[in-house]
Design a protein around this ligand. Sequence first.
Ligand SMILES: Nc1nc2c(ncn2[C@@H]2O[C@H](COP(=O)(O)OP(=O)(O)OP(=O)(O)O)[C@@H](O)[C@H]2O)c(=O)[nH]1
Ligand SMILES: [Mg+2]
Length: 319
Amino acid sequence: MSLWSRVKSTVSETFSGKVAKSLGKTAGKVSEGIKAAVGIKAKLDAETREALEEVLLQADVGITAASKLLDNLQAAGLPEPLTADRLKAALAGLIEARLTPIAQPLEVGKAKPFVVLMAGVNGSGKTTTIGKLAAMWAAEGKRVIVAAADTFRAGAVAQLQVWAERAKVEIVQPAQEGSDPAGVAFQAVEKAVADEADIVLIDTAGRLASRKDLMDELAKIRRVVQKLIPDAPHAGLLVLDGTQGQATLAQVREFAPVAGITGLVVTKLDSSAKAGFLLALAVQEDGKPVHYVGVGEAADDLGAFDPAAFARGVVGLEG
Ligand SMILES: Nc1nc2c(ncn2[C@@H]2O[C@H](COP(=O)(O)OP(=O)(O)OP(=O)(O)O)[C@@H](O)[C@H]2O)c(=O)[nH]1
Ligand SMILES: [Mg+2]
């Protein structure tokens, strides 16, 4: 290893670099598949197209998004002989273009306090994401309060407490296990108003959308918070487990109306072999913005969704 590359690898890695690396599981399949597909004919004919479609489907891109990408690729008229590198570069450009419209930052300065409700299925990464966001915003000098409104799972409050201590932010906790989650959310927002805090992050218990009683509870949290601030929660973030691929699309449809979902966070890209599902999210007509992606369990393993880094990472292009 040269001195320079050793220096580069020890100096703090950029988040985009982390994203590219974290996509290795998906990229491995895509990269090998592209090489094999191009190896057949070195041109983009029907047979190559079919092989590429198979590659995209394996990465969980989904049939609709895969067809659109391949139509774009054919329209681009790639020079022959087609090489894997040329194809990867072209595909990365097209993927980036598809994802750019849904890559939108979350503007937390729009209200004070800015109230964020987190929702999602069990284990999707809600509490971890709250911890990471709290750490990030606190480091920017914002005053953050987290609300432990997961009063359902034993250990959920303690888990959030660890994150709150680490991020040095305040936490509002239930009086006892099983307390009304809406009450905890109310108290946290009330405190944020009194203390002039900038951001409130409300953690909620994981739930399946098929449980109407539990979904009603999310609606109740929103209603109760609205008694204090009529246009709150200002953001409803649905946390999607990136390892679940296409299965997350149904979660978006089901949670959106009840939980007032305004945007998405995609976690566990580092463990996912199905990261292509973000393209399926992007081609949906009501495509929700993706604000953040998670690439690991540490506090700094969360960052804004960068479509260029994602696109290059997912096809296995360096840097
Ligand atoms: N590798 C990896 N693991 C993650 C990421 N985000 C969360 N996790 C892990 O996923 C597991 C579940 O995370 P939690 O934050 O507890 O998920 P949750 O949605 O709050 O879970 P419930 O409250 O039980 O519904 C934990 O082991 C986290 O460390 C990520 O981006 N990458
Ligand atoms: Mg949790």
